[in-house]
Design a protein around this ligand. Structure first.
Ligand code: VGL
Ligand code: ZN
Length: 195
């Protein structure tokens, strides 16, 4: 992969860095917290370039259909307005970071940050054409957000060192990376970003 230089039509999307998805949370992503310092470095680069940063968050009602009690596959997690749904406090969000709440409807699962949110219209209004995407979980929110972004015509860079997987099956994360690459996403890491 070639070096990548940030351009005026770039934006950063960081997926779901919430307590319940981090070690100690109800649906912890292994090593989910390990990427926080790196995500702060990525955010600092976008802030320095005056480029927009978006934070998605899972923001479920207490009886969301994805929870086991309602026949879903997940333990209750990221219930709106509870501490488990808060972002980890060590993240240095730039002033003006756009927060996108997703999967807010009781009867519908939604992993993608684009599903029933204002994300696409905000990006369009800002003239964004290239998206840099990191966060958790690789094979759910990150994968579906990346695939939606590609379908909508964005050029997509997945920050491979800034994602972590749940891995219900041991290679779910690796397979998701493959799927993103095959769908047309570029995989990069921090070392590829030119100063
Ligand atoms: C997610 C599991 C359950 C995600 C959301 O957005 O990655 N994963 N709910
Ligand atoms: Zn969820």
């Amino acid at each position: 992969m070639e070096p990548v230089t940030l351009e005026h039509d770039d934006a950063l999307i960081i997926a779901d860095m919430q307590h319940d998805f981090l070690p100690g949370g109800s649906l912890a992503v292994p090593e989910g917290d390990v990427i926080i310092p790196l995500l702060n470095q990525y955010m600092a680069r976008f802030e320095a370039g005056n480029l927009p940063v978006f934070a998605t968050r899972d923001w479920h009602p207490a009886n969301h259909c994805s929870f086991v009690q309602q026949g879903g596959i997940w333990p209750p997690h990221c219930i709106a307005h509870t501490p488990g749904a808060d972002f980890h406090p060590a993240l240095n969000w730039p002033p003006g970071t756009h927060v996108i709440s997703k999967a807010t409807a009781q009867e519908k699962e939604a992993y993608s940050g684009f599903e029933d949110t204002a994300l696409d219209s905000l990006l369009s209004a800002l003239g964004v054409r290239r998206l840099f995407i990191a966060g958790i979980a690789t094979e759910y929110c990150v994968l579906q957000t990346v695939k939606d972004a590609l379908r909508k015509g964005y050029r997509v860079f997945v920050l491979e060192d800034g994602v972590r997987a749940i891995n219900l099956q041991p290679d779910d994360g690796a397979q998701a990376i493959q799927e993103m690459r095959q769908s047309g996403a570029h995989l990069i890491d921090y070392g590829r970003l030119q100063p």
